[in-house]
Design a protein around this ligand. Structure first.
Ligand code: ATP
Ligand code: MG
Ligand code: MG
Length: 378
C-alpha cells in the first residue's frame, strides 16, 4: 500500500492516521515530539524538526503525497517537499492561512466580507489607525491560536501598550464586532476543483478556546447556505486541495469571515459520528486524488471539548483521570480521547459528540453529560 506523509503529530494528525488506515494506506508522521499522539499510531514516526533535511528527504522518497495538520509548518519545508511529491494543500494556500495579514489581504482582494482592520507594522501605524477601529482586538499576525497573541483594546493607548507587550511584532488591529454568534464551515476540495461542504456548525467558546459545536446551526438555512458558498469561494480562490475550515462571525444577521485553517478543524469533529464521510477521510481522499465522499449529516450533533482542566478538578497538583463510565451510559454519546499522556489546563485532551435529530435536545443531553463528569456550564 502507498504511504502518505503527515506534517504534525497532534490529535488532528492522529484522526488522519486512523482514516488513512481504514482506507488501506500507511502513514509517515513527522513531529519533533517522540510521543506525539499521531506519531504513536503511525507506521513510521520521524521524531525530528520540521526543517530536518534528512527526515524530509526520507519523506519525499517514501511517501506518495504529503499533507499537514497545523498551519505553522515552515514554508521552506513545504517548498522542498513539493519538488518531489504532491503537497496538499499547497505552500501558497498555507502561507495565506498562517499569516493574519496575508489572510485579511486575500479576503479584501477577493471582495469577501470581513471585519474592518488595519495592518500594524510599527507604532506609527497605530497612531494613524482609523478611530472607528476602536474598540478593537490587536492580534499578532503569526503563531496565534486559542486566543493567544490577542489583546482586546478599548482605545489607541491600550493598543500601543499591547503592541509593546507583543514586542512590536507585526499585528492586525481588528474592529471589535458585537457578535450574535459564531459559525464555521469545514469543506473539502479535490484536484478537479469539486467542493463538498459539511453542514455549517454553530460554535461557542470559553476563554478563547472552542467549547461546544452544534449542528445544524440555529441560523436560518439561508445564512448557513451563504456561509457554505463563501467558504467554497475561498477554497476556489486559493486553488485549495484538501480539507479547509472557515470561521465566521454573525453580526446583526450578516456573515463576516474571521479566519481560515488549512486543515481539518475542531468544529468539524462532529463529522466523525454524524456524517457519511468525516473531515479526515475527505483529507485522505483529496490528498490521494480520489473522489470526495458524501458530506451529508445523517443526524444533528453536539460536540463538547474536553480540556485538561477536567483532570485537576479534585486536586490542582495531581492529575486524575475523569470517570469516563459516566459518559458511556449516555445513549448516542461517542467519546474520543486523543491518547495524550499528560493533562495540562487548557490542553485539548479529547471530545465527545451526542448525535440525534433534535438540535435542542442533543445540546441538552451533551451539557448534562458534561455536568455529570464535573464540567460547570459557563
Ligand atoms: P483559533 O483557536 O480558532 O485559531 P485564534 O487564536 O486564531 O483562535 P480568533 O479566531 O481570531 O483567534 O479569535 C478568537 C475568538 O475571539 C473568536 O472566536 C471570537 O469569539 C473572538 N473575536 C476575535 N476577533 C473578534 C472580532 N473582531 N470581534 C469580535 N470578537 C472577536
Ligand atoms: Mg486561528
Ligand atoms: Mg479562531
Amino acid at each position: 500500500p502507498a504511504t502518505l506523509g503527515m506534517l504534525g503529530g497532534g490529535q488532528l494528525g492522529r484522526f488522519f492516521v486512523m482514516a488513512a488506515h481504514e482506507l488501506g494506506y500507511r502513514v509517515m508522521v513527522l513531529d519533533p515530539d517522540p510521543h506525539s499522539p499521531a506519531g504513536r499510531i503511525a507506521d513510521h514516526h520521524l521524531a525530528a524538526a520540521y526543517e530536518d533535511t534528512q527526515a524530509l528527504a526520507l519523506m519525499a522518497q517514501q511517501c506518495a503525497a504529503v499533507t499537514t495538520e497545523f498551519e505553522n509548518v515552515p514554508a521552506d519545508t513545504l517548498a522542498y517537499l513539493s519538488k518531489f511529491i504532491p503537497v496538499r494543500p499547497g505552500a501558497e494556500a498555507v502561507a495565506i492561512c498562517q499569516n493574519r495579514m496575508a489572510e485579511k489581504g486575500f479576503l479584501r482582494d477577493q471582495g469577501l466580507p470581513h471585519a474592518p482592520y488595519a495592518e500594524i507594522h510599527d507604532e506609527a501605524d497605530l497612531s494613524k489607525a482609523d478611530a472607528a477601529l476602536f474598540p478593537g482586538i490587536l492580534k499578532v499576525a503569526r503563531f496565534g491560536y486559542d486566543g493567544k497573541g490577542q489583546a482586546r483594546v478599548a482605545n489607541r493607548q491600550e493598543a500601543l501598550a499591547a503592541f509593546r507587550q507583543f514586542h512590536g511584532e507585526a499585528c492586525v488591529l481588528e474592529h471589535m464586532l458585537s457578535l450574535d454568534y459564531e459559525v464555521s464551515v469545514v469543506l473539502a476540495r479535490d484536484e478537479n476543483g469539486k467542493v463538498e461542504c459539511f453542514p455549517t456548525a454553530e460554535n461557542s467558546h470559553s476563554r478563547g478556546i472552542l467549547d461546544v459545536s452544534i449542528v445544524p446551526a440555529s441560523t436560518s438555512a439561508d445564512l448557513a447556505g451563504e456561509a457554505e458558498e463563501l467558504a467554497a469561494r475561498i477554497a476556489t480562490g486559493m486553488d485549495y486541495i484538501g480539507t479547509l475550515a472557515v470561521e465566521f462571525f454573525v453580526c446583526k444577521g450578516r456573515l463576516y469571515i474571521n479566519e481560515m485553517a488549512p486543515r481539518p478543524h475542531n468544529s468539524g469533529h462532529y463529522t466523525l459520528d454524524a456524517c457519511v464521510t468525516n473531515q479526515f477521510e475527505q483529507q485522505v481522499r483529496a490528498l490521494c486524488g480520489l473522489p470526495l465522499g458524501s458530506p451529508r449529516a445523517r443526524s444533528g450533533a453536539a460536540m463538547v471539548n474536553l480540556l485538561g482542566d477536567l483532570w485537576f478538578q479534585h486536586d490542582p497538583h495531581h492529575a486524575r483521570e475523569p470517570d469516563w463510565a459516566k459518559l458511556h451510559t449516555v445513549p448516542n454519546l461517542k467519546l474520543h480521547l486523543y491518547g495524550k499522556h499528560h493533562a495540562r489546563p487548557g490542553r485539548k485532551m479529547g471530545h465527545f459528540t451526542v448525535v440525534g435529530d433534535d438540535p435542542a435536545q442533543v445540546r441538552q443531553i451533551a451539557l448534562e453529560a458534561r455536568r455529570a463528569i464535573g464540567i460547570r456550564d459557563e
